[in-house]
Design a binder for this molecule. Structure first.
Ligand SMILES: [Zn+2]
Length: 375
């Protein structure tokens, strides 16, 4: 396989349609797996469903210190309803901009991770080494990484994590957690002209919504992330205006702070919404946070500084990442979110990435790997 530069490799990843749903990361994953195997990495692939392939690749390892994990997702979000002025899969460029669905979020990050790993492929013997985790299905609730987190034999260990999500090469020290659930309410159906004979499930849901609107987390805002939040995002119920509804359901999106106990929070909400509420959580991801003054984070800040206009400020991402799941298997190891994509371009029409930043991020990742694996 010919040596590719980071922009060319990003383009080759953009050509694979990994729009999720349906995802179908398999071909893109196999392309990355083949490159890594050619460069001397030990590569495993894992399909959580047919066609939904994640790649785990490692090199080096000395048993004394856990490897550095670099991770990125292979899927991208749908194109949206607005027309694109650039082909979302062709890798068109204009000036410094490389256009395409997933250019910023986050095939540029995956390409940079791959090329930085290639630079070290044959130089990691006797060092802690690296483990690369390229995931399927991040965009629909971190499903791929959730499956990987349940496979400790496959995943091994890691001593720190770099998540290549879009940050314009600014190191972010974490992000909020996410707890999402449906709450169902049952009633008794009756003719709409005789509501006294029924039990209205929508009224039950509405009372719960009212209580949720004024829910108090009873926790001070985080100095960097701000306050925990709760939002009721969906409400469904009833089958006709002339029927008393016997079922209703709401969907709730909670964003939590580091250290928040999700099980305890759910117990409080259960009490708040009452016995009628049947709660079904469908996403439970803890917050990710590493103290900015932690030694490794300070090293990452130092490494990034020459590439930024000024020394990095302490910031966190607004979005979730696979790190929330990977820390279930790797423990709460230091974790930085750091990648070449433009954070405001994620999920946008005419998504693009700066090609200069893609090349910078290869150098940043190389420096972070070199620092972790120095003799
Ligand atoms: Zn992403």
């Amino acid at each position: 396989m010919a040596i590719q530069d980071a922009v060319a490799l990003t383009k080759s990843l953009l050509h694979y349609d990994t729009v999720n749903p349906p995802g179908q990361e398999a071909d893109c994953a196999r392309h990355a797996a083949k490159l890594l195997a050619d460069w001397g990495f030990k590569v495993d692939c894992h399909d959580f469903e047919p066609g939904r392939t994640s790649v785990i690749a490692r090199a080096g390892g000395n048993g004394a210190r856990a490897p550095l994990c670099l991770t990125g997702h292979l899927d991208v979000v749908p194109l949206g309803t607005r027309a694109w002025s650039h082909d979302p899969f062709a890798g068109e460029t204009d000036g410094d901009r490389l256009y395409g669905r997933g250019s910023s979020d986050m095939k540029a990050g995956v390409a940079a991770i791959l090329l930085a790993a290639r630079s070290f492929a044959n130089k990691l013997q006797g060092t802690p080494g690296v483990v690369l985790v390229l995931t399927a299905s991040e965009e629909n609730g971190c499903i791929g990484s959730r499956h990987l987190a349940a496979l400790p034999q496959l995943m091994g260990t890691a001593g720190a994590i770099v998540v290549g999500e879009p940050t314009a090469n600014h190191p972010y020290v974490g992000h909020k957690g996410s707890l999402k659930f449906h709450a169902g309410f049952r009633g008794v159906s009756a003719h709409g002209s005789m509501p006294e004979l029924g039990e209205n499930a929508i009224y039950k849901a509405a009372r719960a919504v009212g209580r949720l609107e004024s829910f108090d987390f009873a926790q001070a805002p985080h100095p960097v992330m701000g306050a925990a939040t709760l939002s009721v995002g969906t409400i469904e119920g009833g089958s006709g205006v002339n029927l008393v509804p016997d079922a209703a359901r709401i969907g709730v999106d909670i964003r939590t702070l580091p250290g928040m106990d999700h099980a305890g929070l759910l117990a409080r909400l259960r009490t708040l919404m009452g016995e009628d509420a049947h709660i079904e959580p469908f996403s439970d991801l803890p917050a990710v946070w590493t103290a900015p003054d932690a030694q490794w984070m300070q090293r990452v800040f130092e490494i990034c500084t020459p590439f930024l206009a000024a020394a990095p400020q302490v910031r966190t991402a607004t979005y979730m990442t696979d790190a929330a799941n990977l820390r279930k298997v790797y423990g709460e190891v230091p974790t930085v979110v750091l990648g070449p994509g433009e954070p405001q371009m994620a999920h946008q029409t005419d998504e693009y990435c700066s090609m200069a930043r893609i090349r910078q991020s290869v150098a940043i990742y190389e420096a972070i790997i070199g620092d972790w694996c120095r003799p």
